[in-house]
Each structure stands twice: as C-alpha cells, then as structure tokens.
Design a protein around this ligand. Structure first.
Ligand code: SF4
Ligand code: WCC
Ligand code: FE2
Length: 635
C-alpha cells in the first residue's frame, strides 16, 4: 500500500501502523483534499482584493478577466512573484537572524556562541572587502556582520547588495544589472514585489516576472550570507560519515529530534545534550541522549557534527509514530502543524522556540541568543522527563538506516581536489569536464510533495544522470532523500556511476584519503546551502573566464512544494542554469507566463525552467541541456 506513496522503506512499517491507530498521515489528508481546485492548479484564481475571488475560465467560455480587468497572465504572474517574495523573505529572515547574532557576539559577546572558523572569517572578510590587517577577530566579525546587515539597508539602487555583487562572477553581475534585476536591498526588493502586485499596480506580466526574478536574486543574497556566516560561527562542513533514516532512533536513549532550519538553536541544543548526557542515563536511558535531525536543521547538524538524519519533509509527523521520539524541537520553516496532533497521541513533547512560529497545542519555550544555554538546558531536561513517560509497548523503530558520507562544502570539495592538484585545485575538475569524463554538473534541491511518490523522482532522475557521467550535488530535503535511500555511500558510486565519472570520483576520493570513491551524490547542506553550489559554479566560471550560463550546469527540483523552493529555482534560472521542476507549477493557465519562463528566459539569462513530471523524461531533458551547453562551449 505504502508503495504508492513513498519508496522510503520505513514508511512501509509506519504508514500501516498509522492506519491501524487511526492517525492521519499527509497522504490521508491529500486524499481528503481531492479533487483539488482546477483554477488554483492553473494559477488563475485571484484573491488579491475583496472584490474577488476572481477566476479565469481556462476553456475560454466564461470570464477572461477579473473584476478589475486583470488577465490570466497578470493574475498568474502576481501569484508567482508573491511566492518568490515569500521564499526570499524566509531565507533572508534566517540570514538576518544570524547576522544580528554575529553582530551581537562581536560587540558584547554571547556565552553560547563563538567564532569557530577564523580561517573562513578571514576569507569572507576578503571577499567582502573588510579590512583585516592588524585588527582583532571581534573587529573583523563586527564589520562582516555590518556589511551583511547593510544588504538589508542600502537605499542606493545603483549599488547592488554586497553579498550579491561580490560572490558572483563579474560578467553575470553586469548582465543582471543591465536587465534591471540586481537586488540593492533584500528587504526593499521583497517589499517592492508586494507593492507592485497590489490591486491596480503592475499589470504587465513580463515586467512582473522580472520583478520576481529580482526577488529571487534577493533570496540568493539572503541565503549566501546565512550560509557563510553560519560557517564562521559554527564551522565549515568537512566530510563526515554518519547514518540516515528512522533506524537512527535508539530504543534505550532519550531521542531528541531537531527540526526546522536555523543553527542558532540546534547547535546549542546539541551542545547541551552532550553536557546533560549523564542526567539521561540516570533517568534510565542507558544509551544517554541521541540527537537526530529532521529536514534542514537535520542537514545543518549532520554536516557540521555528523548527527544522523531521521527523515525529510514529508515523513516528519509519521516519524513520531515510532513512539521513540521524546521531543521534537522546532524553530522555523517547513514544520507541519500536524506534528502537534500526532505528538498528542504519544508522549512526545513538541517544542516551538521562535516568537513568530508557534503551533497551537504545543509547548513554547522562547529561545534567544542571550539566554541560549538556559533555554537549551530546559529543552533537554523536558526531553528527559518525556522519556520517562515513554510507553515501551508503543515503540516501533523501523530498522532502516543507510550510511551517508556527507559534508561537501565548497571548501571541502576544493580541499579534496587539492589532494590531486595542490597548485590549481579546480584544474582536475575542469579537465574532467573539458575532456567529457564528467559531462556536466547537476544540483538537486527542494522538498517532498504528496503529488509525487516520496523520494522516488529524486532517485530516478539521479540514477539516469549518474549513468551519463554527470556530477551530482544535493541540498535540502532532496539531499535527505538521497541520504535515506543509500545514495551517499561509496558502494552506490560503484553501482550507479558511469565509468568515467567513477574514475574521477575514485581519483579524488583516494587522494583525499577515503580509500575509494567519493559518494555519487555530494551533500552540500540545507536549502540555504544551495549558495554553496553557486559558489562552486562561480569559481569554475572565473577559472575558465566564462559566464555562469556558459557552464554545463543544470538544477533539478523533482519534488518541490515550498515558496522557498520556487525562489531557489528562479535564481538558478537567473544565474543561467536550465532548471527542472518535477511538479507542475501553478502557472499553466497563462501561456504568456509559461513562455517567458520556459523559452524567453533562455535568451535573457541562459537559464530556463523545464517543467516535467515524468522522471526519466526529465533526466533526458536535463542531459540534453548539458549537451547543448557543452556544444556551445565547443567541448
Ligand atoms: Fe479580482 Fe482584480 Fe481583485 Fe484580483 S485584484 S480579486 S482579479 S478584482
Ligand atoms: Ni527546504 Fe523544501 Fe525541505 Fe522545506 S526544508 S521541505 S523548503 S527542501
Ligand atoms: Fe530547508
């Protein structure tokens, strides 16, 4: 039965159990939602003002305009760019939170935090043009934080955001500036989208879509600063071997599941879990405290600490069905409110921590950087208390887990390559791409979506591309899918990679001391860490003196659902990457919008959207896009 829903083997055990216990799963709720609204699916429903809702008849028999006169093109474009704005807002709030913490740390100190990676601080300072000569770590960190915060404050729109202009190749920045889509201020760009899409404003779909692209590039700006500042404060990921899937839960431990996004919370909880381990043992948990991750917080702590990943987006509430999660601690983004009701059926403490992200029916412990240690202590102690209430009869941990070699930051990739060529680390990769040993690079990102069998599209598309010798990077819940399903092992490289790709992965893996190939899918981190892939691409473009859009790089979001994923896909297009979406975007009721995003974008940016629901067909299209880029480059 579950086979229809998910390829994750632990779901085969837990979904029937949920049925038996009459606990709803996302798939039950999806079924109740059928049939979903056809107008909404096409994107032609407008609720922007209270004269509406208005909807356009896709068959051309009824209304062809809203009450104000808005066409399907305008309605669809407005809906889409508001999604891009929400995505950009989410990532850049995350970035602002970290930049403010770093500023605070550098000014007054913060007991729970420190500058963990000074080398990265120096590198970032030099990228941003912050003076380092003869200055203290604190002073440099302060200016790096200030420069980042200035990307939310600058009012001169001829001057692009620093993180945007200084991390992307000059050629691309110039092009985006000429097209009028360079963000000068993250907040202002988001605000501009909301304003221009108000009733009776911008009513030209092309102009609206360009505004949305600027928002997506503000999304990039917010996420690159979130990632880079996190590395400075919490360490830059390096390869680490860990496990993934629900089998990482331990029957004899206090299991704390960290879920959400921001390492400011999860890092401190991890620290306190180590400190309070004895208390858990004293409470009868012979194996102490076992911290596991869910979604992107899972990716963050997995890459930096080797903490195992329990699951990705779609199975977050079902994970509680194991009866072994004592607390699920959440902060922001992609947290299903359903965890409250599933948690209520078990002893599980669901703990929200952020003032603007509460869930009715759960416990709220407000977290702050100033009181981080106290709050994390309270959270860990509550988890131990919950463990004491756990009903051993209801514990059902699927014995499903896979080894996962993760932690491929840009720095980690460059240092692995440096083991092959210390003088010019990128050269082995460039040579392999030029010779065709590596045909191109594909970045997999995005979520899970009930409209697609969980994890299946990721696995199908990736296997096709690996067989064609495409180098694969992954982030977010897509990376979670690959980790859970065994695509981050050395054996998987041998099983799925084409001959020449395997040769390169083995060469680099062995030089880096792995005694075998790198895994076939390189886990770069959470959703904000998509910026890491952009930085690798930028380094390649600069080394070759070409624009980003010249490189044989593609992106794929086979199971996306969130506004953040829409924003990420849109900046990937704006940077020049053909980008696959495996779920039909809610834009098809506007042929003009579809044309801009799937065809005209190619002329403007070099990147364009490839909507394709069939995974094998999608892989073919991505591969063809790679070949086309190669041909243009003359390689
Ligand atoms: Fe209808 Fe126009 Fe109002 Fe949208 S903005 S609900 S199309 S009247
Ligand atoms: Ni990013 Fe998608 Fe996961 Fe949420 S955590 S579900 S946006 S991929
Ligand atoms: Fe995420």
């Amino acid at each position: 039965m579950t086979q229809n829903f998910s390829i994750d083997k632990s779901m085969d055990i837990l979904v029937p159990l949920a049925k038996k216990e009459c606990i709803e799963t996302p798939w039950d709720r999806y079924e109740k939602m059928q049939p979903q609204c056809g107008f909404g699916e096409l994107g032609v429903c407008c609720r922007i003002c209270w004269k509406g809702p208005c909807r356009i008849d896709p068959f051309g028999k009824g209304a062809d305009r809203g009450i104000c006169g808005a066409t399907a093109e305008v309605i669809v474009a407005r809906n889409l760019i508001r999604m891009q704005a929400a995505g950009a807002a989410s990532h850049s709030e995350h970035g602002r939170h970290i930049a403010l913490a770093m500023e605070h740390l550098s000014k007054h100190g913060l007991e729970a935090y420190s500058i963990k990676d000074e080398t990265k601080l120096m590198a970032v300072a030099s990228t941003l043009g912050v003076e380092t000569e003869g200055r203290s770590t604190q002073e440099i960190a302060h200016d790096v934080a200030q420069t980042s915060l200035n990307d939310y404050m600058n009012q001169d729109n001829s001057k692009g955001c620093s993180w945007f202009t200084k991390t992307l190749p000059a050629k691309r920045v110039q092009k985006l500036k000429e097209l009028g889509v360079m963000p000068h201020n993250i907040d202002a760009t988001i605000s501009n989208i909301m304003a221009r899409s108000h009733v009776g404003c911008d009513s030209d779909h092309v102009n609206l879509l360009l505004g949305g692209i600027r928002g997506a590039l503000a999304d990039y700006t917010g996420m690159v600063l979130a990632t880079e500042l996190s590395d400075i404060m919490f360490g830059t990921p390096q390869p680490v071997i860990t496990k993934a899937n629900l089998g990482v839960l331990k029957e004899n431990a206090v299991n704390i599941a960290l879920h959400g996004h921001n390492p400011l919370l999860s890092e401190v909880v991890c620290d306190m879990a180590i400190k309070l381990n004895e208390e858990a043992i004293a409470a009868g948990a012979t194996e102490g405290i076992n911290v596991v991750g869910v979604c992107c917080t899972g990716n963050e702590v997995m890459l930096r600490r080797g903490i195992p990943l329990a699951t990705n987006y779609l199975s977050q509430d079902i994970a509680i069905m194991t009866g072994a999660i004592d607390s699920m601690v959440v902060d922001v983004q992609c947290i299903m409110p359903s965890i409250a009701s599933v948690g209520a059926c078990f002893h599980t403490e669901i703990i929200t921590t952020m003032p603007d992200n509460k869930i009715t029916g759960t416990r709220h412990i407000e977290f702050s950087e100033e009181e981080a240690l106290e709050k994390a202590t309270e959270i860990v102690r509550l988890s131990i208390e919950a463990y004491k209430r756990r009903d051993p009869e209801r514990v059902n941990i699927p014995q499903v887990k896979e080894t996962a070699i993760v932690g491929f930051s840009k720095e980690a990739i460059v240092s692995a390559l440096a083991a092959v060529n210390p003088e010019e680390p990128l050269k082995p990769l460039i040579d392999a791409i030029v010779s065709g040993d590596i045909k191109g690079v594909a970045l997999f990102a995005g979520c899970n979506n009930v409209r697609v069998k969980q994890d299946n599209a990721y696995m199908t598309v990736v296997k096709e591309l690996l067989a064609q010798n495409v180098l694969v990077l992954a982030t977010g819940c897509g990376a979670g899918a690959f980790a859970k399903n065994g695509m981050m092992t050395q054996e998987a490289s041998k099983e799925f990679c084409g001959e020449s790709l395997l040769k390169i992965l083995t060469l680099v893996g062995e030089a880096a001391g792995l005694e075998g190939p790198l895994p076939p899918v390189l886990h770069m981190g959470s959703c904000v860490d998509n910026s890491r892939a952009a930085l690798v691409a930028s380094a390649l473009a600069e080394a070759l003196d070409v624009d980003l859009s010249d490189l044989p790089i593609v992106a794929s979001a086979p199971e996306l659902m969130s506004e953040k994923a829409v924003a990420i896909g849109s900046w990937a297009v704006a940077l020049g990457f053909p980008t696959h979406v495996g779920v039909m975007p809610q834009i098809t009721g506007a042929p003009g919008v579809v044309k801009v995003l799937t065809e005209d974008a190619k002329e403007l940016f070099g990147g364009y959207f490839i909507p394709e629901e069939a995974p094998v067909e999608a892989a073919n299209k991505l591969y063809q896009a790679i070949l086309e880029k190669r041909q243009r480059l003359g390689i």
